[in-house]
Design a protein around this ligand. Structure first.
Ligand SMILES: C[S@@+](CC[C@H](N)C(=O)[O-])C[C@H]1O[C@@H](n2cnc3c(N)ncnc32)[C@H](O)[C@@H]1O
Length: 233
């Protein structure tokens, strides 16, 4: 099976992996959005006791926070360095997460329908074939289970804010973090989901206010957004 991965993208995350848990580092935005997305996911999926798979888990910011709410979490990623940092951090936090080096597609072939909840956050914009990742997510969740995605919209505003603003003006992210052509419109993500047997439910925007330097959830999906989906029963 050809791996649906871009080695240059994985290298970017491996190079920065040692700073994953530093809330002032390049990963500051992930630390800041985490409480918002965690509350949103938990509000829909009631995570305690659920079997959860976190795809593209990186250093484990979301995985650990879901485990802390009582979910049985497995995290998969293709960056060995990020997974190394994620495993080490468990010693510090005392949380339990099963981290594995695997692609979504390969994991789906081994664990069909095994999860109540699948999360795939800030990852689709880093893979060559996001539709294939979405199909793998659909294969991993049980009928009636939920899959949550987040990614970046593709339009002039998202180019200005997520690439020019975040990488070149505010220096929130290292230059080259995001490739504009890989951003995904909500309509495209909804189509990938529909084709994979996932029904789209709530679409929610996540916005950054540079004046207050805070993120908030709302109806504005023009830059960052999240999509809740459910596998047809
Ligand atoms: C921006 S980080 C997001 C980490 C985490 N999902 C979060 O939101 O906190 C993107 C992650 O996707 C991983 N990744 C990129 N391509 C991947 C692939 N094809 N399969 C699995 N993980 C991948 C990277 O190694 C990195 O850890």
């Amino acid at each position: 099976m050809n791996t649906n991965a871009d080695p240059a993208e994985l290298q970017k995350f491996s190079d920065l992996a040692h700073r994953w848990w530093d809330p002032t580092s390049e990963f500051k935005p992930l630390h800041e959005i985490n409480p918002l997305r965690l509350r949103w996911i938990d509000g829909h999926a009631d995570l305690a006791g659920k079997r959860v798979l976190d795809i593209g888990c990186g250093g484990g910011i979301l995985s650990e926070s879901m485990a802390a709410l009582g979910a049985q979490v497995t995290g998969i990623d293709l960056s060995d360095k990020a997974l190394g940092v994620a495993r080490l951090h468990l010693f510090e936090s005392g949380n339990k997460v099963d981290y594995q080096h695997c692609s979504a597609e390969e994991f789906a072939s081994r664990h069909p329908g095994e999860f109540d909840v699948v999360t795939c956050m800030e990852m689709l914009e880093h893979v060559p074939d996001p539709a294939s990742t979405v199909a793998a997510c659909a294969g991993l969740v049980r009928p009636g289970g939920q899959v949550f995605f987040s990614t970046l919209n593709r339009n002039f505003k998202s180019y200005l804010l997520a690439v020019v603003g975040a990488e070149y003006i505010l220096n929130l992210l290292p230059r080259g973090t995001h490739e504009y052509a890989k951003f995904i419109k909500p309509s495209e993500l909804a189509r990938y989901c529909r084709n994979a047997g996932l029904e789209s439910a709530e679409l929610l925007g996540m916005s950054y206010n540079p004046l207050t330097q805070t993120y908030s959830l709302g109806q504005d999906t023009s830059v960052n957004y999240m999509l809740q989906t459910r596998r047809e029963a």
